[in-house]
Structures are given as structure tokens and as C-alpha cells.
Design a protein around this ligand. Sequence first.
Ligand SMILES: *Cc1c(COP(=O)(O)O)cnc(C)c1O
Length: 409
Amino acid sequence: MMTFGYKTSLSEGAIKCPLFQTSTFVFESAQKGKEHFELAYGLREPKDGEEQGLIYSRLNNPDMEILEDRLAVWDNAEACVSFASGLAGITTTILAYTKPGDCIIYTEPLYGGTHHFLEHELKKWDVHAIAIPAGVRLTSKHEKRVREQMDGRALALALVETPANPTNRLVDLADVSNMIAHLTADQDPKRRVPLCVDNTFLGPLFMHPLEHGADIVLYSATKFIGEHSDVVAGAALGDADVLMPIRTLRTFLGNMLSPMDGWLLMRSLETLKMRMSISQQNARVVAQWLKDHPAVTHVHYLDLIPANHPMRDVYDRQCLGSGSLIAFEVRGGESGAFACMDRMQLIKTAVSLGGTESLVEHPASMTHAGMSTEDKARLGVTSGLIRFSVGVECVDDILADLSNALAHL
Ligand SMILES: *Cc1c(COP(=O)(O)O)cnc(C)c1O
């Protein structure tokens, strides 16, 4: 994360990759310019050792490309395409693989912005989105229900979020792969139906979906990858040929990562492992502490999944750690939750997650406010639920703040 993909000799010996805040790049000669375009437009195969030359910052830029090379390392991916936001990466991936008359399947619950895009924007393009549940093993009963809703449409893509926000419900990627195989058995076998996994919550440290059958890994790099709460960015990772339609569409939508954001994310990646490890260590202590507190009625945290729960096996097989997101329910519903949040001093109330600082938010009235009452009940988004993104502060300070905030409930 400190040196990969960067040649000091190309930047006056600078130890760090500089910020290439430039819109365009001067060609060595007209002939070189022609060659760069031949590769960029796929007019010929690269010669031995020939690399894509720099052209224009909507197509490529050193801060974007070196960041992409480094991000690919974590997930052992062949390639990476970076975006101006997590949602830009998700929506570009979906648009690149769907056409009018198709349908896609997605696990529920899903990040609010993604859900809105699937249920409202995609409908305008005559692409239907069909929900399958997170937190349960998928059976032939689920498959039958999806098939009925497909109503003869071709399946174009599957989008999975695991663990799901806010209650950490898991999805077994093997179950979804099987479902895709069954649902596409009578489709054109040449058509690729990618399994896409939004790995924002556990990745890139604690889950590697490409090793579990996923074709594309998606990130909001705004969260753990950025982790300083000063960048909005996203990425898609996978095999180069799988990413090609996404890379091409990015060029024409123009929703690529900016040089400045690439530069900031490279700074973040150097200490990513340390920061994510410390947040996780803190979260494990905090989850245990919350579980035993009399004002807390329920704690949703991956480490606390009971041994006999069907999702325990999925957790053990698929995840390398429990991460640092906890959802806990306090006594007293919304007023109990608000009183607790407003008494916190160190821990701030804000949406977003995965930053160095501890943040809480109230899903029922904030991130998940758009959900119907029935959906909230079905998905466990109760009025007393608080989502807690545990930061890297001293854990004793976090516990002292929590203890004070919960003392009067
Ligand atoms: C934040 C988030 C997104 C959206 O990312 P932006 O960078 O805000 O566009 C998508 N998925 C998940 C799971 C998220 O937490």
C-alpha cells in the first residue's frame, strides 16, 4: 500500500505519489497520441510490454490508476474501476449489465440509495428489481417466488449486500450463486449474469467475496477505505473482462474518481489494516459490554451470532472478522434512543460509517426513514434501534461515554 504501482523516477524522486491535478496529458509525439487512442478504443491488442498511455483525466490519471492497482490487491482482483461515489459505482455496474425488459434480483435490506435506484429509477428503463431476503438460507420456496415475479423476463444481474444494514443480517453467497444458476438455466449461456456484492461493511479486510463465487465486488470507498470522513468515492473490482462494460460506461457517464480523491484514498490505504483492526477490537469489547447492560434489550453484532443459528455457519465460512458495526436496541423506543444519543459526548450523531471517529444514528427516523412501517418491522428496524459505527478512540473512553448515556434509561 506504500509503494505498489508507483515509480519514484517518474515523479522527480518524490517518495509519495504526487497529486496529478491535471485534466490532460501531453503526447510525446503525434504518433504516440495515435497509439494511446488505438489501445483506449480497443482498435488493436497491446504489443509486448506496451501500457495504456495517459490521455485525459476522464479516462485515466496516475492517482486514479495507482489507487485502482492498490485496491485490487486486497481482494486479489485482476482489475478495479474507481468512481466519484459508491453509488456511482453501483448504478454504473447495474446499467452496464441490464437492458429494457430484463430483471435483476437483490437482497433485502439494501443501502437506501441503492434501493431507491432499483425501485424507482430503474423502472423507467423497464428493468424490474426482485427482492430476496437476507438473514435466511435461500430455499426452493424463495426461488419459486422469484420465478413468478420474473414473469418471463431475462435475469441480468444479482446484487447482494452482506452483512445488511443496519442489523448485520448475512447472505450466503453460495445460495445466491445456486439461485442464479437455476434461474438462468434456460437463458442464452453466452450472456454473463454477474453476482455483485456490496462489500462496504466488512471489506476489504474481513471479507473477500471473489473467493466465494462473486463476479464483482462493489465499495463505497467513502466508508472504511477512506476512513478519514473526508472523501466520497467508490469502486468496482473483478476480472478485467467482467469490468470492461463498466469501465466503458464510466468513460461516457463521466462519473470517475477525481485525482484529488485518488490521492486522498492512497493516503488512507497505507494505514487501513491498522485502523480497521483497532475499530474491530473496540467493537468486540463494546458489543460484549452492551449485551450485559440492563437498558439494552438486543445487540446485533456478527460475533454474537449464536452457535446454533443457521447464519453462524455462513459467518464462519464467508467472513474473516466481525468488523465494527453494531446495532443495539435500547428500552423506551424512539425517545429512549434519542435520550441516549443526545447524552453522548465523545460519540457523535451522524450518518455514514467506517470513519476513525465513533458515530451513531437512528435508522428508523434517519437512514431508513423512507421504509414503510411493515418493512421496518419485518427487517428489525425498531424504534429503539441505534446503529453504532465504532471508531479507533481509546475503548475506555467509548465505554465511559456509553455508560453515561445509558445510565438514565
Ligand atoms: C454509503 C454506502 C453506499 C453509498 O456510497 P456513497 O459513497 O455514499 O455513494 C452504498 N452501499 C453501502 C453499504 C453504503 O454504506
